[in-house]
Design a protein around this ligand. Structure first.
Ligand code: NCD
Length: 296
């Protein structure tokens, strides 16, 4: 893996992801759950989150601790950002105190600048891309369904603003025979830059026709904090118990989480609901990524 992990475009072939998956499998194996891993004993991982997060931040923190690292959390409200210090300077300083810096901030260009002035490897924990989420998502598909090549996936909801979707599609394009069904409210369609030649896209096919065909349903929440365009049409793009009945028994339902109302809690107990297992996989993937990035 290169020095920083900031973009899905750093992966050129599907086999580039294999070492991460193999390492994540090792991290998830039962004996690792009880024995602390001290592969990176004494190193320090900084968490610089300028946007709210539950799963990504907690899983990076726990991943680092399980590998024997110390972690420190940047607290935006009590930091010198309030004295006018730039995010770039803040990151540069924190990188001097850490062996890896995990950064969440929306502005991808700024993240790239931070990488060039950072003394330690930087990992993107969510900009307008979300590489570690996308790797977690592919790992989940592999673990649940045995393979990623040939996946027929329905991606639904707010496709215009969902960085998890952008990064997922960027990585799916490295695999063969991918078919993506897109279902989004008018005005929330996938930006055209994510339409790739080697993926077959199907748009606007009726839900009841799509559901029996797909291997994976990937649901996203309305990203209401990013725009003021909330449209009541969005409720037509919720995944309901009625939809569950149309899904094949070997299909899975994924969601990067957090969810709002787009998947009813009644669906959680169905074995096809994979989103909590997906969130757990994020821990193993982040352990694998921290190991790769700090092994030098
Ligand atoms: C996603 C995010 O922050 O982009 N969550 C996550 O990291 N698991 C998805 C979202 O917020 O909808």
């Amino acid at each position: 893996m290169p020095k920083h992990l900031i973009s899905t475009s750093q992966f050129n072939e599907s086999k580039d992801l294999e070492p991460i998956f193999i390492n994540a499998d090792m991290m998830a194996s039962p004996w690792k759950k009880t024995d602390p891993l001290y592969a990176l004993r004494g190193r320090t991982v900084g968490l610089l989150f300028l946007e709210n997060s539950t799963r990504t931040k907690a899983s990076f923190q726990v991943a680092a601790q399980k590998l024997g690292c110390h972690t420190f959390n940047f607290d935006q409200t009590t930091s010198s950002l309030s004295k006018g210090e730039s995010v770039e300077d803040t990151a540069k300083i924190l990188s001097q105190y850490s062996d890896a810096l995990v950064v969440r901030l929306r502005d991808h260009n700024l993240l790239e600048k931070i990488c060039s002035s950072s003394s330690s490897p930087v990992i993107n924990a969510g900009s307008n891309e979300h590489p570690t989420q996308a790797i977690t998502d592919l790992y989940t598909i592999k673990k649940e369904r045995g393979k990623i090549h040939g996946t027929n996936i329905l991606i639904m909801g707010d496709l215009k603003y969902s960085r998890s979707v952008f990064s997922l599609i960027n990585l799916l394009k490295l695999y063969k025979n991918i078919r993506i069904h897109l279902c989004a409210p008018v005005g929330f369609e996938l930006p055209r830059q994510y339409l790739y030649d080697n993926i077959i896209y199907v748009e606007n096919e009726p839900f009841n026709k799509v559901l029996p065909k797909v291997d994976v349903v990937y649901v996203t929440r309305p990203q209401n904090e990013l725009h003021t365009e909330f449209d009541l049409m969005m409720t037509d793009f919720f995944f309901t118990e009625k939809d569950l009945a149309l899904l094949r028994n070997d299909a899975i339902i994924m969601h990067p989480l957090p969810r709002n109302s787009e998947i009813a809690p009644a669906i959680d107990s169905d074995p096809r609901a994979a989103y909590f297992r997906q969130a757990k996989n994020g821990l193993y993937i982040r352990m694998a990524i921290l190991q790769e990035i700090m092994k030098a």
